[in-house]
Design a protein around this ligand. Structure first.
Ligand code: HEC
Length: 146
């Protein structure tokens, strides 16, 4: 009887610990969505929190309507144009012939910021830090697809 009680107690504690760790993981995942964090910091001001372009805070100040970032795959025969989106965010490789660009060039911004953030942690590679931020953003926009 005593042994049975002990087993029950152990089982209850075990399940309790499992729940706590699961909720911690869920919380951590919530906090560690780097793409979402970057998007909300750098992009939502123009593109809106949903990416649909009609709910950006700067909407009134922008001369033309914003593109809808949730239909990029739909408008490309169901395939998310990963490389194009990456290049558009980066902006450094964009060919001049594509016309004037209203969107900021994030490749430079992220590279400069990494140089500042990591200047006390040598040796650092500000380019790979910039690329991982652009990759996280591209992956987040992929997740915004309808
Ligand atoms: C100052 C406003 C502004 C900010 C901030 C901004 N964008 Fe843009 N974005 C635009 C505009 C305007 C366009 C339309 C193309 C153009 O005129 O350059 C665009 C186009 C795009 C496109 C191409 C859409 C298509 O239809 O092909 C993507 C992808 C994109 N932005 C992603 C982002 C991401 C990711 C961020 C944040 C890192 C961001 N944008 C920040 C203004 C902005």
């Amino acid at each position: 009887m005593k042994i049975l009680m002990t087993f029950r107690t152990i089982a209850v504690i075990h399940i309790g610990v499992m729940f706590i760790s699961l909720s911690t993981i869920a919380l951590a995942e919530d906090k560690l969505d780097i793409g979402k964090m970057e998007y909300e910091t750098a992009c939502a001001v123009c593109h809106g929190l949903t990416g649909q372009g009609d709910d950006g805070f700067l909407k009134e100040l922008l001369a033309k309507p914003m593109p809808n970032l949730t239909v990029l795959a739909k408008n490309n025969k169901g395939v998310f144009p990963f490389d194009r989106v990456y290049q558009i965010i980066d902006g450094r490789q964009e060919v001049k012939a594509h016309g004037t660009r209203r969107m900021p060039i994030w490749g430079n911004t992220f590279n400069n910021q990494s140089s500042v953030y990591f200047k006390n942690y040598p040796p650092h590679d500000s380019e790979s830090a910039a690329r991982s931020r652009i990759l996280a953003l591209t992956e987040y926009i992929y997740r915004l697809q309808e």
